[in-house]
Design a protein around this ligand. Sequence first.
Ligand code: KIV
Ligand code: ZN
Length: 526
Amino acid sequence: MTEVNTHTAAEKRDDNRLIIFDTTLRDGEQSPGASMTHNEKLEVAEILDAMGVDVIEAGFPIASNGDFEAVKAIAERTNTSVIAGLARAIPGDIDRCAEAVKHAKRGRIHTFVSTSPIHLKYQMQKTQDEVLEIIAATVAQARNLIDDVEWSGMDATRTPIEYLCKCVEAAIKAGATTINIPDTVGYTTPAEYKDYFVQLRERVPGAENVIFSTHCHNDLGMAVANSFAGVEGGARQIECTINGLGERAGNAALEEIVMAVQTRSDALPYHNNIDATHIARASKMVSAVTSFPVQYNKAIVGKNAFAHESGIHQDGMLKNAETFEIMTPESIGFRETSLVMGKHSGRHAFREKLLELGYDLGENAFQDAFQRFKDLADRKKHVYDEDIEALVDSEMASATNRIKLVSLTVIAGTGSAQRATVTLDVDGQHKTHEATGDGPVDATFNAIKAIVPHEALLPLYQVSAVTEGTDAQAEVMVRLEHEGQTATGRSADTDTMVSSARAYVIALNKLQQKQERVGNGVSLVG
Ligand code: KIV
Ligand code: ZN
């Protein structure tokens, strides 16, 4: 029972090989407002698999039927990545997780329990000895169900090392193959985090038979630095997310970890399996499906990460790009923006363009996207790559929704009250309502609210242009909030009112799905 599984053992043999464990679909997806639909999760998993991610944490199967189905579907469809599911240290969670990952080529149960004094006292209301017993029992249960078991000590970095050693020892004895030391609240510093790994590897019997893992949150902006400090201390798995998505300030960003290793191999002499040219696409996709914009100056994937405006920088770049660029945009899959298509472009050219942009749509989705492209090309002289991406992303975001915008007519301007007539498709039935409001956006949202009554508040409504020019598409972001749950919708159209209505409807669908999901009382963890 305690034999280490072949995958882990093989990776352990190569001392400088880093295992990249992506938790965008679990830790990332549970951050406020970032929920994804079933199909969106499959799309993200597909790109993570293609990019060479070693382990994809696909979700938290006990959280809801939706989470379970998503983890199961990802397990069934993924080619090479190990598929992990998260489980609390509760027998029912572990059984459900095993059920969800069992169809994967290689599945993993990732079980966790709190270890810090503050969590034991207030959250668990258990003694240290009780928690040690729970670790032994639940890890053994998981290991009887599957060969690949990861154990995490939640809030490990606020746990005294003596007690953490006992917890890790109990987990290893019970059969854990990976030991994760999460910096759950983003509290640690590089030197301190490194020392945790050094101590654990020196002091815990059996430590040489397992892989140690980092899992760093970014509350103090040190998640990536801490992850590498953990690696220096002997960790060989890094848990991270695309765009650094995750609870509160997020997790260590996958793109930063991968590009740091690629760019600074002299100082970071490690290697991994990631094909970095997929990063730009993965970043855009995660941003689109979660409706979380990427901050302009975000390392590696921000809009400005490769932009040079000051005279001195531009001059240097023209003479030799290496004067101010330590990596190329191409190395992470960014292309030059190009003027692409117009209203005379046909189906074949459009499909080729989609493939070039990384979208391989099924026939129905393709026909819908083509129709919207034609409509756009009728209204907009120049259609850029960004326009097509915005169009397809918002199409994908609403494809499986129960509520869809069918039509919208708005009367605005001076002289009379603003008025909107909205028709929605709700579970296949068309419903129309006319409403007034304080401006056309308010009138539109009031009409939607009359068709789908709800109490959600609107903490964010934001409009930006996708490209330049007065005929640019307006990208609208809408965030809704109800009883502590938030959901964000994003949509683009040359008509700001249409994109506002669509974004609102997308957010409403996501909020409903999220509320159904947490309806069973399972609280999500960071
Ligand atoms: O941050 C954390 O502690 C977690 C664990 C569930 C691994 O996400
Ligand atoms: Zn976390």
